[in-house]
Design a protein around this ligand. Sequence first.
Ligand code: DAH
Length: 339
Amino acid sequence: MKDKLAKIVEDALARIESSEQLDTLNDIRVFYLGKKGELTSVLKSMKDVLPEDRPKVGQMVNDARSIIEEKLEEKKTAFEKKLREEKIKSETIDVTLPGKLPQMGHRHPNTIALEDLERIFIGMGYAVVEGPEVEYDYYNFEALNIPANHPAKDEQDTFYISNDILLRTQTSSVQVHVMDKKELPIRMIAPGRVFRADEVDATHSPSFNQVEGLVIDKNITFADLKGTLAEFAKKMFGEDTQVRFRPHHFPFTEPSAEVDVSCFKCGGKGCRFCKGEGWIEILGCGMVHPHVLEMRGIDPDEYQGFAFGIGLERIALLKYEIDDMRLLYENDIRFLEQF
Ligand code: DAH
């Protein structure tokens, strides 16, 4: 019996030792220690053992079981350790590999142009204000000296919401709100969205952005307007930029002008960018019409002012040499990523 047990233990230890996977250990456990296992069958043959020898034999079987279990446990721990080490090895981070850069957002060209523009005017002491996009006809037209029969009021140009409420067609309406506050002097810019019933093409959109400017104070002259816009053009497009004022007509300013900047691509010689002109139109402006001041209760003999209206998209397109306005609205990531 003793020899038989010794043989079983010897076999078991050898099999455990030579096993190569965790699974095999389980099979070995079942084979020797299971219900129908080798050791169990020894216990079952106890009836053939002399009663006085039984405790001794029982002890021997238990010892054999302990030895096998201990070895199984030892081997199992070794396997687990090996697996863990392999796993750690395969998971090791190579800190010398280049990292994956997180995708960063980009500012929209309109936003960049607006921030540049705001910085320039804030630097000259202007406040940045906002006004409503949904507006009374009165603020968008009448109060700006645009009478009821003016062609700009045609329904094809203006989105009407009701008889007297519309989507503003110009940020000039904000001038009226600011003058109504009765806080003089005024020095403000008002950026914002405007709406016109235009078909979409490379230079038109039913919704675009303007930046309105308004200054009202004592002794304001056209020279102040010229100096201010010349300074703006240099800061926006480069120190060598020249400005040119062409007489124009706007109902709310008198005199009125359109302003061109010298082409910053060719320096004024004429190129494809400026269509051979040497000049590029960037805004409309003028001295605030005395009637507009009077309507707001401001005495034009005491206060004068100038105003200007800049198309924001136009500035962004020029600054980044983009030739189609639609690109600014389509929000194609591949386009926007470039800025
Ligand atoms: N509101 C004009 C437009 O939408 C632009 C403009 C021109 C604004 C002259 C002004 C100005 O303040 O003085 O076409």
